[in-house]
Write a protein that binds this ligand. Structure first.
Ligand code: COA
Length: 317
């Protein structure tokens, strides 16, 4: 069976943090952030809010279920990708299962940083193709603002808080996720990581920005090329490429290398910042709302993140 997208839902907090707001927190400028990253604003959890990743995830999940015309009782499995879980264990997906009342669903988390959504979508496709499940909720839910170091201008300008959820349902074999490729390189684990223990004298996100930039461009370009080729297509056959939204310059460099025109590439990082595993469902939701996703289209999802971990799902919409 094909794992076909049946509904997409998102959630983000109301509070907007603009680049001008960040100018008051660290030594930076709107101009620097805009030219280096393309980010103009991001949504963040309001100070004092008690909401957790499972709250964001369950709001996005309920929106996706409504779009799909399904109820929580129809869901066989919940896979949640995230960086900052509610608790070390149990899985954030288990809290979401309880909050939405998806009584028959199994639930587990995937940790692959910003590549989490493509990893989780790959798992959903395998579970549906095997006949084990008919309906799976794949969720990326990220609350990053409370764990950032707001004295570090290298990292605090980049990220935002949001969640996105996609209901994948069993459909015809020739539709949905046609194939996926996943890759990791643990020797690069030092270039991007989150340390909350404080054992290195500082808590927060650590990043070698230039190295991450180079790896992102190289790895996403290569994995999109090879996944599309493995499916028997050429890159020019793609109708839409939905990449992890880290930085407009990264997205632009990849689009140039793949020779994809702007209308085939989704960009919304300018308004959301980098929302890690939530960025692909957020971008899909926006593209869908704009009528850019039509049945029969060839679509690739691609993401890279800490690990380094990266992956690509090739889909027939
Ligand atoms: N505002 C103003 N200046 C800043 C700044 C900020 N927010 N952050 C860094 N700088 C400074 C640096 O300190 C450096 O100053 P120096 O030359 O005096 O040492 C200068 O700007 C240039 O820094 P550099 O690191 O060379 O900038 P860059 O062009 O590589 O851009 C990033 C930095 C982070 C925007 C870029 O490397 C990037 O986008 N990397 C990928 C990050 C990413 O996407 N991570 C998540 C992936 S999932």
């Amino acid at each position: 069976m094909g794992a076909v997208v049946r509904g997409i839902g998102i959630y983000h907090p109301e509070t907007v943090l603009t680049n001008s707001d960040i100018e008051k927190i660290v030594e930076t400028t709107d101009e620097w952030i805009t030219t280096r990253t393309g980010i103009k604003q991001r949504y963040i959890l309001p100070k004092g809010s008690k909401l957790k990743a499972s709250d964001f995830g369950s709001y996005a999940a309920m929106a996706a279920l409504e779009k799909a015309g399904l109820t929580p009782g129809d869901i066989d499995g919940i896979i949640c990708a995230n960086i900052n879980p509610d608790k070390q264990f149990p899985a954030t997906a288990c809290f979401i299962q309880a909050k939405i009342g998806a009584k028959k669903a199994f639930a587990f988390d995937v940790t692959a940083a910003c590549a989490g959504f493509v990893y989780a979508a790959n798992m959903a496709a395998l579970l549906i193709d095997s006949g084990q499940c008919r309906n799976i909720l794949v969720i990326g839910s990220e609350i990053l603002s409370p764990v950032l170091d707001w004295t570090d201008r290298n990292t605090c300008i980049l990220f935002g808080d949001a969640a996105g959820a996609v209901v994948f349902s069993a459909g015809p074999k020739e539709r949905g996720i046609l194939l996926s490729q996943l890759k990791s390189d643990g020797t690069q684990s030092e270039v991007l990581y989150l340390n909350l223990s404080g054992d290195e004298g500082r808590r927060g996100m650590f990043m070698d920005g230039k190295q991450v930039f180079k790896a992102a461009v190289t790895e996403i370009t290569d994995i999109v090329r090879s996944t599309v080729a493995k499916g028997g297509y050429a890159v020019k056959d793609l109708d839409l490429l939905v990449m992890h939204q880290a930085n407009v310059r990264i997205i632009g460099a990849i689009a140039d290398k793949l020779e994809l025109p702007p209308e085939k590439v989704v960009i919304n990082v300018d308004r959301f910042g980098n929302t890690s595993s939530a960025s692909i469902p957020l971008a899909l939701h926006e593209a869908d709302g704009q009528g850019r996703l039509k049945p029969g289209m060839l679509v690739a999802l691609a993401a890279v993140g800490g690990g380094m971990s990266w992956g690509c799902n090739l889909m027939r919409w």
